[in-house]
Design a protein around this ligand. Structure first.
Ligand code: ARG
Length: 585
């Protein structure tokens, strides 16, 4: 079943050609869902913009469009409003029949994409020997959810973890550890990530102060790059240490990723610089190889170069990104490259893309998208930090979410005089706590900063994970209470949308397909959150106003099925956000 909006678009296309001739083939009919039910369900805004072209009044044009429009099976006769809006209202019979089709389908009749793409999503990407911070958490949660949506639609998605596992910092760290803690370079598991981070800070300090140490560190970088065995081994150990720590977070959050760190591209870097040189794009500046780009200047207005090779021969973050870009396009044959990073990296990427464009490395059929996001703020409105001003450790943050959710739950159980097993409490606390963190992040427009508040994200009311999970639980409760076997009911579903709240809910249930298409294009998970939140609200309204178990047939079955399909829609939608549902909570 195609989304209603697609159906409308194709009907309007035909109507436009029938009314005004071939000139209008391929014009966007400008159909959008209405924001106010007063104007129906969809509206077409095209007539106003055609006025000039057709040299006629919008209302006249709108009438001509309607005269050639054949949508009576699905819609009531269109109405013209204001200067020339065409308002369209769905017929309940159409909604009922769509719902029946949706209910009978395992996948809720969501259509797969017509052109499956190879998509690379570069997300999470923390740095070895440094702590994974809330910025990486955002990247992880947003990237995972986008991957889930695109995979669900039938795209081939490669999830890449572009870990910062290469560069001069390793030379510094290794030479420091050779003095301070040689054991760590020979034996696995003797370091905690916390220690590693501390050592890294100390080594950096040492490097800035001590000339002799600088020399040793530089030699260590060379050793590492040329593959001297014990340096490579030490580096491997350090990477494994961090990796294990990251994996704890990924397991907790149910994140699947393929690690392909910066080191992977190491051997390709000389080729990249060579190629840029051949293309005549390089200029030497203070011994460094640079590309000068228009539009990038410092405060004094002098143009700023992008350095692709430093004067000591080493390569940069940007060089690696150029190599990664070429690899993803040529070897992975990806036609959509998505990078999920904080907005602070906008400059870096815009320079890299410009160089790649100049070099002719981005074919026309390839789309490169930066999925940027804002900062995570504390309740004081400043960048989230611990009380003592340190970076918040993710493990602790997630544990705290689970602890708070456990406390809330225990309090509620006591109030409701419910006795539950330890196992139940642990499971609910974990699912609710982690879902709350994920949902709080995803439900914000990612471009803005957001305030991290445990109280808000764990609240049972409002646009929160617990609120949505609760709507799902409500339906499972009905099934238990009425001893309902939904699967059986689905077989010959007959839906009747009698009262206003059920009609409103029914309409909303038809829109998941459209919403997913929007998320896939705009890469904004908050659109899906908003949809699911409204779904829960509409469901609750329906549930409070329309008796279900106490109604008579045929309403009884119809309403039960509405509950069921709402729950299934919630479950599917939440799963695409990386959130699992609970049967009871
Ligand atoms: N490691 C980087 C950081 O922590 C993020 C990498 C993003 N991906 C990329 N291809 N540059 O900021």
């Amino acid at each position: 079943m195609e989304p209603t909006i697609e159906y409308l678009k194709s009907k309007f296309d035909s109507a436009l050609v029938a009314a005004f001739g071939q000139d209008l083939v391929g014009i966007d009919p400008m159909i959008v869902p209405t924001t106010n039910p007063k104007f129906g369900d969809y509206q077409c805004n095209l007539a106003m913009s055609l006025a000039k072209k057709l040299n006629d009044q919008p209302r006249v044009i709108a009438t001509q469009i309607i005269d050639n429009l054949n949508i009576t099976d699905y819609f009531y006769p269109p109405k013209i409003a204001g200067p020339g809006f065409i308002n369209l209202s769905l017929r309940p019979e159409y909604i009922e029949s769509c719902l029946q089709t949706i209910i009978k389908d395992e996948q809720l009749n969501i259509s797969l994409t017509k052109n499956p793409q190879r998509v690379v999503i570069d997300f999470s990407s923390p740095n070895i020997a440094k702590e994974m911070h809330v910025g990486h958490l955002r990247s992880t949660i947003i990237g995972d959810s986008l991957a889930r949506v695109l995979e669900f639609q039938g795209h081939h998605v490669l999830r890449l973890n572009h870990v910062g596992d290469w560069g001069t910092q390793f030379g510094i760290l290794i030479s420091y550890l050779r003095e301070a803690f040689p054991e760590a370079l020979k034996t696995a598991n003797v370091l905690e990530i916390g220690d590693l981070v501390a050592f890294y800070k100390q080594s950096k300090k040492r490097f800035d102060e001590d000339k002799d140490f600088q020399k040793k560190s530089r030699q260590e970088v060379v050793n590492l790059q040329t593959g001297v065995e014990d340096s490579r081994y030490a580096w491997q150990l350090l990477c494994n240490q961090s990796r294990r720590e990251f994996q704890v977070i990924y397991d907790l959050l149910d994140i699947k990723l393929n690690e392909r760190g910066e080191s992977f591209y190491n051997s390709m870097l000389p080729g990249i610089v060579e190629e840029l040189k051949k293309l005549g794009l390089l200029e030497e500046n203070d011994g460094a190889q640079c590309v000068f780009l228009p539009g990038f200047t410092n405060k004094e207005g002098e143009s700023l170069p992008l350095i692709v090779q430093k004067s000591d021969g080493g390569y940069n973050y940007a060089t690696t990104d150029l190599a990664a870009l070429v690899h993803r396009i040529e070897k992975e044959e990806a036609t959509r490259l998505i990078y999920v990073t904080d907005a602070g990296q906008a400059n870096h990427f815009s320079q890299v893309w410009q160089v790649a464009k100049k070099a002719g490395w981005i074919p026309e059929n390839v789309e490169i998208v930066n999925v940027f996001f804002g900062l995570v703020l504390g309740e004081d409105g400043k960048k989230l930090k611990t009380r003592s001003g340190e970076t918040v450790r993710l493990r602790e943050l997630l544990d705290e979410a689970i602890n708070k959710s456990r406390n809330d739950l225990k309090k509620r159980l006591k109030e409701e005089k419910r006795l539950e097993s330890e196992e139940f409490i642990e499971n609910v606390a974990q699912v609710v706590g982690l879902s709350a963190v994920k949902y709080a992040d995803l439900s914000q427009n990612r471009n803005s900063n957001y305030v991290f508040s445990f109280d808000k994200m764990l609240a049972l009311q409002g646009n929160t994970a617990p609120y949505l999970l609760y709507a799902y639980v409500r339906v499972q409760g009905i099934a238990r209470k009425g001893k309902i076997n939904f699967e059986k009911l689905r077989k010959d579903a007959k839906i009747i949308l009698q009262d206003e709240p059920e009609l409103v809910l029914g309409k909303h249930l038809l829109q998941l397909n459209e919403v997913l298409n929007i998320v896939a294009v705009e890469l904004l998970p908050n659109r899906l959150c908003e949809y699911l939140y409204q779904l829960s609200e509409k469901f609750n309204k329906f549930f409070e106003n329309c008796p279900v178990l106490k109604s008579e047939e045929p309403l009884y079955t119809s309403r039960l099925l509405l509950c069921d399909v709402t729950a299934r829609t919630l479950k599917l939608g939440l799963s695409l956000l990386g959130i699992s549902v609970l049967e009871r909570m």
